[in-house]
Design a binder for this molecule. Structure first.
Ligand code: CAA
Length: 313
């Protein structure tokens, strides 16, 4: 099974990263978006990332000439028909089951019969998405990590319907992208989020219980365990809205407290504090070079809720 042409659905944070690593690996890439403005935004972030890599070609392997070639292999479109000739189509649109199913079902009628369909979803069932097509045996999960150009891992997910041939082709494709593929099955959260999400939620609970300040909990996990980011920096980086959504899907699946959202996470999301992307989360990013921990604001929320519960007892 030879893969030459790659289609990417969505040009947001994950889609643009997947498009970038695919073009960097030599594939011709067509990226589908609903509007040209999203393509322009995504391509601008690819441009920025390639420019960063090209500053240190000895380390990244990307010279300014190679960066130019990569750009030449990328094409944006707003027409689904332009994906008709793709050998693999990787979806990275909004985390919404109905939107993903509609997209896959429509593309099933457009894409060539042998094309593999893949979803980058972090929590939605691959089996449910595959069932919206007439090619469930050619459907896999390819779960990348943020920031895609730097993170080495890709989770390759099979369902009960995925054929061995397609699963192996997914693993091989991951390798060709320069990633390290791990094989996993369609259990909500796969490997990484199954372990990462309870850890992040526990950090919030520990904070709610007064175990330490935001910065001290972050520092402790960075310096005590060698993690590149502490849990609150990582939560803000992943997006609190994204994490909150994932907790819902995981709690729904397993009905275990370790996957349930702590009240503080819900409050932050309701307030529109989504983390780095919205300028505020556990840290305030008014000065992006020096994020300021939001202890005073958050401690206020926690103690107000405690007081109001106490008064109503
Ligand atoms: N493109 C190209 N280069 C980039 C880049 C990008 N998008 N972003 C950063 N870089 C480069 C920087 O220029 C820098 O290069 P030099 O070392 O040559 O100067 C290098 O990468 C390191 O960057 P920084 O110095 O800015 O920061 P860092 O050392 O902390 O590394 C990081 C950044 C790789 C993101 C690191 O902090 C890290 O690994 N964090 C954890 C990320 C993580 O856990 N991601 C997974 C989230 S979970 C998920 O995605 C799945 C889900 O379903 C929720």
């Amino acid at each position: 099974m030879t893969i030459q042409k790659v289609g990417v659905l969505g040009c947001g944070l994950m889609g643009s990263g997947i498009a970038q690593v695919s073009a960097s690996a030599g594939f011709d890439v067509t990226v589908l978006e609903a509007d040209q403005k999203f393509i322009d935004k995504g391509f601008a972030s690819i441009e920025k990332s390639l420019a960063k890599f090209a500053e240190k070609p000895e380390k990244s392997g990307i010279t300014p000439e190679k960066a130019k070639e990569v750009r030449g292999r990328l094409r944006g479109t707003t027409r689904r028909e332009d994906l008709a000739e793709c050998d693999i189509i990787i979806e990275a649109i909004i985390e919404n089951v109905a939107a993903k199913r509609e997209m896959f079902s429509a593309l099933d009628k457009i894409a060539r019969q042998g094309a593999i369909f893949a979803s980058n979803t972090s929590s939605i069932s691959i089996t449910e998405l595959a069932a919206s097509t007439r090619r469930p045996e050619r459907f896999i999960g390819l779960h990348f990590f943020n920031p895609v150009p730097l993170m080495k891992l890709v989770e390759v997910v099979r369902t009960i319907s995925t054929s061995d041939e397609v699963f192996d082709a997914g693993v091989e494709f991951g390798r060709k992208l320069g990633k390290v593929p791990v094989r996993t099955s369609d259990k909500t959260g796969f490997i990484v989020n199954r372990l990462l999400v309870p850890y992040l939620l526990d950090a919030i609970r520990a904070y709610e219980e007064g175990v330490g300040s935001i910065e001290d909990i972050d520092r402790a996990m960075q310096l005590g365990c060698g993690y590149p980011m502490g849990p609150f920096t990582l939560l803000d980086f992943v997006g609190l809205d994204t994490t909150y959504y994932i907790t819902h899907v995981m709690f729904e699946e397993f009905k275990e407290r370790r996957f349930a959202s702590p009240p503080l996470l819900k409050r932050l999301v309701l307030a529109g504090w989504f983390g780095k992307k919205s300028g505020k989360g556990f840290y305030d990013y008014s000065d992006p070079a020096k994020p300021a921990a939001q202890d005073s604001a958050l401690r206020g929320i926690i103690s107000e809720e405690r007081n109001s519960t106490a008064t109503h007892r």
